[in-house]
Design a protein. Structure first.
Length: 421
């Protein structure tokens, strides 16, 4: 099986793994920046193009600040994400607030920051107006096409999804906001997750372009930007092909010329909210082998667990594993690669073909740079790991320290003294 690339030679990776406490995350700054530039270049034809990086994918301000320098904005879904984005240099309309089931203080904070509010529901119009005492100058709605589109495994079928305004509601939403005096309008959707088939993204563009025309005709509202959401997948398996983004860009442009220019609605700004494809392939979870055991199956027990990376346990997701220094050895053993949680689904891989593994070997789990550390949790009182950045100059810096026991217990009361509520 072909191997995946490492950000450093395996000797240097091994040195790092022996120098730093494992498990830890390592991100490759150069690769992230090159990828961001490439994405911008691919869509440079699109008016006002911007990727609002989905903060949930990798909420680390060092990485977010690097993306901000490349012109990226931030897609946020919570108050802490809003604050982190501002702290990383993404401010005002460079922030998209795509929340759902939104608490009042989050609408308020997004409005005060001048972020673009992307409403998830028709009832949120009244709720937001009541909270703010006004309506923003700019508003966006998340559209859920329901039976008009099929979803995929992670995001689910649109008719089952909790997100967005329906086909019947969408035009009405814009009519209402126009009457309330909103001046600028956007249209958002997010109908796929981790999709590798580029035609899916092209069809989403076609759907939004057509809806822009319909909203103009039926509500008299000129949509100024469409937000394609995220959902561009990455090839987690070595034999998978990355999405053909050049094809996506070319076909989106052809449809833009046909539908948007053809309807006299040019210029229409185009933005994305991609997270996974921006940082996913450039993050690595590095872990040491604590035990190799044989029961009814052969097990490799790591010092990382699903509390560090839960995608395999949550979605049955594949993450490629490299055994450092054994890249050239035959994968002639079949292992379940496990963590130490008291949960039998705490497995990074099941029945994975790998070279023979020994205690203290170092395993690198690939494609962990998005929805990796950020999805971590503290079950079994497992402490969150540190994050490191391999800088463009070759140095390695810590960009988040590991959680300590004191951090973990910092919200608890041990003295049993009553606390007034
Ligand atoms: C509203 C929204 N936008 C963007 C994203 C980012 O998606 P991805 O990381 O697949 O690009 C997500 C992911 O869950 C999302 O919920």
């Amino acid at each position: 099986m072909s191997e995946k690339k490492l950000p450093l030679g395996h000797g240097q990776m091994l040195e790092l793994a022996h120098e730093l406490p494992t498990p830890f995350y390592l991100y490759d700054e150069k690769a992230i920046i090159e990828n961001a530039r490439n994405f911008n270049k691919l869509f440079s034809w699109a008016p006002g193009f911007c990727n609002y990086f989905a903060v949930k994918a990798c909420p680390n301000p060092t990485i977010m600040a690097a993306l901000a320098k490349e012109g990226f904005g931030a897609d946020c879904s919570s108050l802490p994400e809003l604050i982190l984005s501002e702290a990383s240099g993404m401010t005002g309309q460079k922030i998209m607030f795509t929340s759902n089931d939104t608490p009042a203080e989050e609408f308020k904070a997004a409005y005060d920051m001048g972020a673009i509010i992307n409403l998830d529901d028709i009832t949120h119009i009244g709720t937001m107006e009541q909270i703010l005492g006004t309506v923003p100058d700019t508003i966006c709605f998340r559209y859920n096409p329901g039976p008009n589109r099929t979803g995929n495994a992670i995001i689910g079928n649109p008719v089952e999804a909790k997100y967005g305004v329906t086909e019947d509601q969408v035009v009405e939403c814009y009519k209402i906001m126009k009457e309330k005096g909103v001046k600028h309008f956007g249209l958002h959707t997010m109908v796929a997750s981790n999709e590798l088939d580029g035609s899916y993204i092209v069809e989403t563009a076609r759907m939004l372009y057509n809806l822009v025309v319909r909203i103009k005709e039926e509500a008299g509202v000129r949509i100024e930007f469409i937000d394609m959401g995220g959902g561009i997948g990455i090839p987690y398996r070595p034999e998978q092909e990355a999405m053909d983004l050049q094809m996506v860009s070319d076909q989106m442009k052809a449809l833009y010329d046909e539908i948007i220019v053809g309807s006299g609605l040019d210029p229409l700004k185009i933005v994305f909210e991609c997270g996974r494809v921006m940082t996913g392939p450039y993050g690595y979870l590095v872990s040491k082998v604590l035990h190799v055991t044989e029961k009814y199956k052969e097990y490799v027990g790591l010092d990382a667990s699903m509390a560090n990376l839960m995608r395999p346990a949550l979605y049955g997701a594949y993450h490629h594993i490299t055994v450092l220094g054994k890249e050239k050895q035959e994968a002639d053993h079949t292992y379940d690669v496990t963590g130490s949680l008291c949960e039998n689904n705490d497995k990074f891989a099941i029945d994975r073909k790998l070279p023979e593994i020994k205690k203290d070997d170092v395993l690198v789990i690939h494609d962990a740079g998005a929805h990796g550390h950020s999805m971590g949790f503290n079950y079994n009182a497992k402490l969150r790991s540190a994050e490191y950045l391999l800088r463009q100059d070759g140095s390695v810096v810590m960009i988040r320290r590991a959680q300590t026991y004191d951090d973990y217990v910092s919200t608890l009361r041990f003295d049993g003294a009553p606390v007034e509520v």
